[in-house]
Design a binder for this molecule. Sequence first.
Ligand code: F6P
Length: 323
Amino acid sequence: MKKIAVLTSGGDAPGMNAAIRAVVRTGIGLGAQVYGVRQGYQGLIEDLIQPMGARDVGGIIQVGGTVLGSARSKDFMTPEGREKAKAHLEGHGIEGLVVIGGNGSQTGAKALDDLGFPVVGIASTIDNDLAGSEITIGVDTALNIALEAIDRLKVTASSHHRAFLVEVMGRDCGYLALMAGIAGGAEAVVIPEVETKPETLVEILSEAWARGKSNGLIVVAEGASDDCNSLYTYLKSRSEEVGYDIRMTILGHVQRGGVPTAFDRLLATRLASEAARQIVSGNHGVLVGWNKSKATCTPYEEVVGVHKPLDMRLFEMADILAQ
Ligand code: F6P
């Protein structure tokens, strides 16, 4: 292919810029002209498509977010929207598209590929919920941000003999919460994949209090069936049994806006280089992900709509280590 385009879609993830840079420079290195699409799929519909040169992606590898911008486009979810997007790409003579994004973005990518416009995806979401990639771009940075916050909260918690509920992102997936809980030394982790009764948290905290622990930490995934607010209210209502004074912190989008770690920059660069190679050579309908220490291609049929299970041995491990 002589002309390819790249876009970022869905929630931004630290490392997306490193991926854009690698697609642009690898594409150029392979002799292709590379176009950047602004505002994700919405930019395809509004024809926000411009050529990009190697210099346009200078100085961005260390910057969080995405210089191309991102969006969650409702228009692209309609068949008319996708036809319009395809027509605009073809109008520029573009033959293939690279989509950097998570679950929803790769669902859109498959739909465009099914329509006859070649697409290659790059696994990028802080949620780490995408089948076809053991780890996705942005997870490591988001996890480190969550962990830094948790470490700080534990310091103040210890000073006051308090217990903190800390909510982390992850949509319907408990990966970030589980990893933050293990690395942060949590008393308990509440995730969508496991039912945790609020009464159990009372027991866990009161036992930690009785054992003389100076602080308590419960990491709650945003997708858990009992959310952080309701758990906070419940634990407060049973504060005499709990022992600790309870506080709550919701980390929210802070986790998405960080400077990408070395791991995320390298992961993004390696996945994106591979994706550019695949699309330029004419391969499409695949997600480029990271598996067994290599960039791999997985057909969209094995990615889109496929549930990526959480390793429940890690949940059991977190439980044992909390003693
Ligand atoms: O998918 C990434 C993510 O940050 C989720 O963890 C979170 O649920 C969601 O996006 C938030 O979306 P928005 O940025 O649109 O509020």
